[in-house]
Write a protein that binds this ligand. Sequence first.
Ligand code: DNO
Length: 352
Amino acid sequence: MKMTVRWYGDGQESIPLSYIKQIPRVSGVVTSLLYKQAGEVWEPDECKKMADNIRKAGLDLEVIESVNIHEDIKLGLPSRDEYIENYIKTVKNLREIGIKVICYNFMPVLDWARSDLFYELPDGSQTMRFDDSFIRNTTPKALADKYKKDCGGIALPGWEPERLANIEKTLLQYEGMTEDKYFANAKYFLDAIIPTCEECGIKMAIHPDDPPFNIFGLPRLINNRDHIARFLSLNDSVYNGLTLCTGSLGADKNNDVPAIITEFLPRIHFTHIRNLKFQENGNFYESSHQDGSLDIYKIVKAFHDGGFEGYCRPDHGRMIWGEKGRAGYGLCDRALGIAYINGIWEALERNT
Ligand code: DNO
């Protein structure tokens, strides 16, 4: 397993690459070109600049998170072919800089959703929280406005102003979108891009829907074992794979995350390890990696025992020790998470 850290790029981040390099047993970072809109080609010089910057700091860059999918592809509109062509060009350009995995999502309109970005816990740390009744009683537009206010001017990934500019119009386009149609649109995309991915040696790794249940009446694709099996069978290539996000899938108590890992391991190319703590009424908050409702030991063991050789990153952490930064993406708690995950892994290795 190769341990990585998500890094947002120069000008988008307060954490220097040199700090990431100081965390024991981190091989590299995963990043993106945040200024690119979904559907645009990532040009060769932009890709090279991104990679050179990271490699100069002594870190690998083998995973991109994310190359976003244009909404027209998800909606299955006639204009999708042009955006798919652009996606293929980007994949080819990413091959030139040695990328091995692309993490992406196929969530309609929105990326992940939380009610609070900086929810204060009794120990003074701050974390993200999901309040079920709050989400049921708000609208995506109101949520986007709340995030804008709460996150101090730093756009959250997946909630960029450009993406949300036409949110109400885009939501209307999803009216009447059935699950079957949505799976068919995903298949159209996969069948078009997977041959290029195979040729380029770049594995696609779809991120689960977060939360893994229906919100705002939008369809869900990757939210439980059966949907994962259905999605992977849309295109049987190993290049059509998964990002196994423990916190996304684990927010539904019916999902047995270690069992899902064991079943789909050959198709898992990247994992986000995150913990959460369930509260009453379907609410939860994101806890430290060690002290939550998910059994991280069992999760890491499932990866270890299955012989996982892909990439891992600690997912969201709390804000601790007075650190300020992007919600979920402070350095301190994620570094503690890495030390914990690496410790479990080393103990498992030494016992085999
Ligand atoms: C949240 C992230 C997601 C993820 C995308 C992948 O913190 O895990 O935003 O990057 O869904 O495309």
